[in-house]
Ligand binder design. Structure first.
Ligand code: NAP
Length: 256
């Protein structure tokens, strides 16, 4: 199967690395033939001379351009193959208006962990996507991580919880590392300690059967250090601050 990528920036390039490791052929078309050729050489794939050449040659098309230019890109294109879009905030209805009302359309929301082939990706399709096509689409998204099939109405929430949240996790890591520096550790050492702890804590949760609350309880000895820290974090509104950040992320996603 030949997969064509229109736009080969950060996210598409990460995805292409995963896809080309599987039995798919990849062809790309970026801003113009020169940038397409340069990206194709960098990624070890073939470049098309134009978006239309790509649309004619590929069996499955993936749009990797910014949401703001989707309309311009699709306006000059005749597409009769299944189309997948990764653009934040661009609905299936909008894509249908910009293409053809009978076209099978798939929307995904990957995250930057695609760079290490560990994206948490949401997927949904319009009424023209058969079960078999959805299976093929998930085979593609599974090449760069884990796929969650969700109704489109939940995409904005997913965008906050998986698309943007890596930035909030990095902020959490950075804040803990700063605390380490405050108490005399050097920054590099503090970052290594925290990153390793976050990684192992996630694995412990993922691999085990305990809930986060069970694990919190087992760390919190009566009268101990952890419960003192936890209560102080809540006094400063830790949970409320995080939920408020998610509220703001979802509100912004709805505006796009
Ligand atoms: N980055 C993320 O974490 C993330 C997460 C989820 C979803 N997404 C979605 O992924 C898409 C791409 O985001 P990105 O971060 O990868 O952006 P990006 O790095 O800017 O990639 C966009 C690519 O499209 C190229 N381009 C510009 N005009 C074009 C045209 N007319 N035809 C074809 N290609 C064109 C750009 O070239 P130039 O650089 O020369 O302009 C660039 O190579 C967006 O829709 C975004 O919403 C991104």
């Amino acid at each position: 199967m030949k997969i064509g990528f229109i736009g080969a920036g950060k996210m598409a390039s990460a995805i292409i690395k995963g896809v080309k490791a599987k039995p798919f052929t990849v062809i790309i078309s970026d801003r113009d033939p020169e940038t397409s050729q340069a990206a194709a050489e960098r990624l070890g794939v073939k470049a098309a001379q134009s978006h239309q050449e790509l649309a004619d040659e590929a069996d499955f098309i993936i749009l990797g351009v910014k949401p703001q230019i989707i309309e311009t890109v699709l306006a000059h294109l005749k597409i009769d193959k299944p189309l997948m879009s990764m653009a934040a905030g661009v609905s299936l209805d909008r894509l249908s208006t910009l293409t053809n009302p009978n076209l099978p359309l798939i929307r995904i929301m990957p995250n930057l962990n695609a760079q290490i082939l560990k994206s948490t990706t949401a997927i949904c399709g319009n009424q023209h996507v058969s079960e078999q096509l959805m299976t093929t689409a998930k085979t593609i998204t599974d090449c760069f991580g884990t796929t969650f099939e969700l109704p489109e109405k939940d995409f904005d929430t997913f965008t906050a919880l998986a698309g943007s949240s890596p930035a909030y996790v990095y902020l959490f890591i950075e804040a803990l590392a700063k605390a380490g520096v405050k108490y005399g550790l050097n920054k590099k050492q503090a970052l290594e300690i925290i990153t390793q702890t976050v990684l192992a804590s996630s694995q412990n949760l993922w691999l085990g059967t305990d809930s986060p609350n069970d694990l919190i309880d087992s760390i919190s000895s009566p009268g101990g250090t952890t419960i003192a820290g936890l209560l102080d974090l809540e006094k400063s509104g830790f949970t409320a601050a995080l939920v408020s950040g998610i509220d703001a992320t979802i509100a912004k996603a709805k505006e796009l």
